[in-house]
Design a protein around this ligand. Structure first.
Ligand code: SAM
Length: 455
């Protein structure tokens, strides 16, 4: 049996099956260099960030070795690494305490005051982590979900689906961000499609049960200038791909409201496929650290055709802060519908390494910490599917099996959640083998959960 704590001690980069793009590897190295500061609760100021970037990139920004936008990407990657490591402990606390911790984490990183041409053109304002948590709560993500993030950026929204134990499908158009995502989620294949047409591009068999998305609000690939309906296009295509009964949660500009006369027809068309069950605007201050104060909106759509597509729900007003938004969601978002589809065998794995200098993934187990209260661990045994595939064995769906059992007990029945080969590559949960503890610096107050705390 595998020693999970030993596996957890491996740095994320060493688990990668994907040869790093040089720039993504530098950003990840800078993120790892910032990690001790964040774990110690120390703010990363411009000097600290510059030092980490110079060390990772082998030169200064003045010499053209990196830009401040790169530095911000490294900071977001550092946030993600922190969440992966300490998120399991955070999730044991009440949600209000989780939000407080995320607020503290966000303030440790510099505000993003500088932009690049690409960040402007593709509207790369990453999802603030508090809002990412709330979106995942609204989606009701569970370990049985297949979650699509069609414009995944640096993964700050997707990480909450991972923490909930879901399987991920990630897409991102921008090259550097997609390369960085591939490094941060080494067991997940990252596609690079134009997500305005994600339904046309993904493998036919992929049926996500949840979509978490924060698309560009008014930018379209290869189009100069503003495209007002950009976000609605992204939502429409993602909704078309969602499994019947699945749930889509979108963060958009505040103006994309079901009540706005301009968007009524668009929402009515969406409602032929899905039902808008919640919509609320959010004050612009929530995005301030990401370099904008644009007001935003969180919309929840269940993939169940609306009884009367032109009847649109009344949205909430403007949530002044994330705590208010969370309260509204906990109170007003209905439970999820039953999902018809299950996982597809087409869940993409990591890109195959072409390079002989590939670092081999060590066999490692799925996280042993049950993520739902009624889950119970049955038995545990590992096998290295990645190695078998690499050796040219039969496709996963037809390979002879050894079981990796992790059962759940519901309503008194015990069922095996999956018996091999699992529908995703063997190394899917490499990154989740983490220790559910906090660094001491974070255990000093009401917002800072301790390992012994339970909800
Ligand atoms: C508002 S950000 C959200 C990022 C992400 N949710 C995160 O947490 O980092 C929008 C993202 O969409 C990407 N993007 C822009 N246009 C796109 C397109 N047509 N298809 C896919 N991704 C796109 C941007 O590069 C950016 O990373």
């Amino acid at each position: 049996m595998l020693d999970v704590t030993a596996a957890a001690a491996l740095p994320a980069a060493s688990l990668s099956l994907v040869p790093a793009s040089p720039q993504a590897a530098q950003l990840l190295a800078a993120a790892e260099a910032l990690s001790p500061d964040i774990a110690a609760g120390r703010a990363v100021d411009a000097r600290t960030l510059r030092a980490a970037m110079v060390a990772a990139c082998g030169g200064s920004d003045a010499e053209g070795a990196w830009t401040w936008k790169d530095g911000y990407e490294a900071c977001e990657a550092a946030q993600l690494l922190f969440l992966r490591r300490f998120g399991p402990a955070m999730r044991q606390r009440p949600r209000a305490a989780q939000l407080a911790m995320l607020a503290k984490l966000a303030t440790l990183l510099p505000s993003q005051t500088r932009r690049s041409e690409e960040s402007q053109a593709l509207q790369q304002f990453s999802t603030p982590i508090g809002l990412g948590l709330i979106a995942s709560v609204a989606a009701g993500v569970t370990p049985t979900d297949l979650v699509l993030e069609p414009s995944a950026g640096t993964g700050l929204l997707a990480i909450f689906a991972e923490l909930a134990g879901a399987t991920l499908v990630l897409n991102e158009l921008a090259e550097t961000r997609a390369d960085l995502l591939a490094q941060l989620f080494p067991a997940t294949s990252v596609t690079r499609h134009d997500a305005a047409f994600i339904d046309d591009h993904l493998d036919a068999g992929l049926r996500p049960t949840v979509v978490l998305m924060n698309p560009p609000f008014s930018a379209a690939a290869h189009v100069d200038g503003r495209v007002a309906e950009a976000a609605l296009r992204h939502i429409g295509s993602a909704l078309a791909r969602l499994a019947e009964g699945g749930r889509l949660v979108a963060i958009t500009g505040a103006n994309l409201s079901p009540e706005a006369p301009r968007w009524r027809d668009g929402f009515a068309r969406l409602q032929e496929r899905g039902t808008v069950v919640f919509s609320a605007a959010i004050d612009g201050s929530v995005y301030a650290r990401h370099g904008t104060t644009t007001e935003t909106r969180l919309t929840v759509i269940d993939r169940v055709p609306a009884a009367a597509p032109t009847a649109l729900p009344t949205s909430h007003g403007m949530a002044p802060d994330l705590a208010t938004l969370l309260g509204w969601i906990e109170q007003d978002v209905p439970p999820r519908q039953a999902v018809a589809a299950t996982f597809s065998s087409a869940v993409p794995g990591p890109r195959k390494a072409a390079s002989p200098v590939l670092r081999r993934a060590r066999p490692v187990a799925r996280s042993l910490a049950p993520t739902s209260a009624d889950a119970v661990r049955l038995a545990y045994e590992t096998c290295d599917w990645g190695r078998r595939r690499a050796a040219g064995s039969a496709p996963a769906s037809t390979s002879p099996t050894r079981c990796n059992r992790f059962g759940s007990r519901r309503l008194g029945r015990t069922r095996r959640r999956w018996c091999s080969p699992p529908p995703w590559p063997r190394s899917r949960h490499l990154a989740q083998a983490t220790s559910p503890t906090y660094p001491p610096a974070w255990s000093d107050g009401a917002c800072c959960p301790t390992p012994s705390s339970r909800r």
